[in-house]
Design a protein around this ligand. Structure first.
Ligand code: PHE
Length: 455
């Protein structure tokens, strides 16, 4: 059979942009600030950084090594390294996990688009926290509005993926990532300059260790995996488009640095504003959609134009970050069908669009008319979120480390990581990395997973 010609990312920088596009998303701007708020501020940040560096980064390299070595999507990559084994089903689980995440992720992505449109048109004026909360609740629990924005959001990700790796994903992330950085830094500077904001800054830099327990560590690890898009084949598939002479260590290292930096800056964009308004940092998932509109409209009483602009920039940032991440989830699914069935990208995208759209609608309705429908005690949205981020991602990450550490030949892993021994720094750290892949990461992931499950 003639080999299908595959695109490649043009350079290391464009790979990093695309990978950072996948990594930086709702996880950074929406999830990270509220987790920091709920789980003890600076102490959570320190544990999160340690989890990222010691446990998440080795998983990142595992996926990267498999993807770049085989230049195939998850299912076929595993099959080609371990032929006639069951490992290929890990690739299939990755595709299914991406499908589930993309479905509920697009609902939240749709909310951010909705809030962006509102802030550009009628505004998001909220005289009190309760008012902001009822606007958000009213929007999320209605039928048509969130479905409309969910449709637009998922349609946009499908169109970018149809464009292909070079003309779609690379081009899009090259433009959005720098803009995103400027946006979030601008908002953080503004937030820190508000009266009373220093209490928020202090909260982010002074650790309160009394709040740390095993749950904190489990959540920090889960957040590190979610934020770096690990355990679901995204890094594997993007790395399969990486050129052979690229440096896996540098590409992965920079992606992790950008992702972590971005999450922390997002914390500085949100927390000082929260403290400045005298609000509780532990508002949970509603933090960004309820608290932020209230805070900015309070500021709007004195400086309406500035507050309007900052609100627009804030939701624009969330929307763009969410879109580049949704694109990577979509790409894993599409690439699988393209390789498996030899479908065109368009046809594969149409199939996944319909699937994610349908499941997404059920997730969206679970905030309103279907809120009584429960799966294992959770609404459909919460079930999809918890199934994928608490179980499938963690177990997927574990399986990828076991595959590289125990199933692949050490010589092949070394060969791929060091570009056949030609990269000095990679050669030097290989021993430590291999230990982390074979022992450290799997053992810790199992301990943390089980502790979380039984406590
Ligand atoms: N990393 C993305 C975020 O932080 C979410 C994501 C998870 C994307 C898994 C791809 C795969 O929002």
């Amino acid at each position: 059979m003639a080999a299908v010609k595959r695109d490649n990312f043009g350079s290391r920088l464009t790979f990093i942009f695309a990978m950072a596009g996948s990594a930086i998303g709702l996880g950074n701007i929406w999830r990270f600030p509220f987790m920091v708020g709920e789980y003890g501020g600076a102490a959570f940040i320190i544990i999160y950084i340690l989890c990222s560096a010691i446990l998440a980064l080795p998983v990142f390299f595992c996926e990267s090594i498999i993807g770049r070595r085989t230049a195939k999507s998850s299912y076929f990559a595993l099959e080609s390294i371990a032929p006639d084994s069951k490992w290929k089903y890990l690739g299939l689980i990755s595709v299914i996990t991406c499908f589930i995440i993309d479905s509920y992720y697009s609902v939240v992505g749709g909310w951010s688009l909705d809030y962006l449109v509102r802030s550009c048109s009628v505004g998001l004026d909220a005289p009190s926290c309760e008012a902001a909360s009822s606007v958000f609740g009213g929007m999320a629990s209605s039928v048509w509005e969130p479905i409309l924005f969910h449709t637009l959001f998922i349609g946009a990700s499908a169109l970018i993926v149809i464009g292909g790796v070079k003309k779609g994903i690379e081009k899009f992330s090259k433009v959005t990532m720098p803009i995103l950085l400027v946006l979030i830094v601008t908002i953080a500077v503004y937030s820190i300059s508000l009266p009373g904001a220093m209490a928020g800054v202090e909260y982010l830099v002074k650790p309160d260790w009394s709040k740390v327990n095993t749950e904190t560590i489990a959540y920090a690890l889960g957040q590190a995996f979610f934020s770096l898009s690990l355990g679901v084949g995204c890094v594997l598939v993007y790395s399969s488009f990486m050129k052979k002479d690229e440096n896996i260590l540098a590409a992965g290292g920079w992606t992790a640095v950008f992702d972590t930096m971005f999450a922390i800056i997002a914390g500085f964009a949100v927390m000082p504003a929260v403290f400045s308004a005298g609000l509780e940092p532990g508002a949970g998932p509603a933090l960004v959609f309820e608290t932020i509109p209230y805070i900015f409209s309070q500021i709007g009483l004195k400086a309406p134009v500035v507050s309007r602009i900052i609100t627009i920039l804030f939701f624009l940032a969330i929307f763009m970050a969410a879109l580049t991440s949704a694109v990577s989830l979509f790409e894993v699914c599409v690439e699988h069908l393209v390789e498996h069935r030899k479908f065109s990208r368009k046809k594969a995208a149409a199939i996944f669009f319909s699937g994610c759209w349908t499941l997404g609608i059920l997730c969206s309705l679970s905030f309103g008319v279907m809120s009584d429908v429960k799966l294992f005690g959770d609404t459909i949205f919460d079930f999809c979120d918890s199934l994928s981020s608490n179980y499938l991602m963690t177990l997927g990450a574990l399986a990828y480390t076991v595959f590289v550490g125990w199933r692949m030949k050490k010589a092949d892993v070394r060969d791929e990581f060091t570009n056949s021994g030609s990269l000095t720094a990679n050669n030097k750290i290989f021993g430590v990395l291999y230990f982390a892949i074979k022992w450290l990461a799997p053992v810790f992931i199992v301990i943390i997973f089980l502790t979380n499950l039984f406590l």
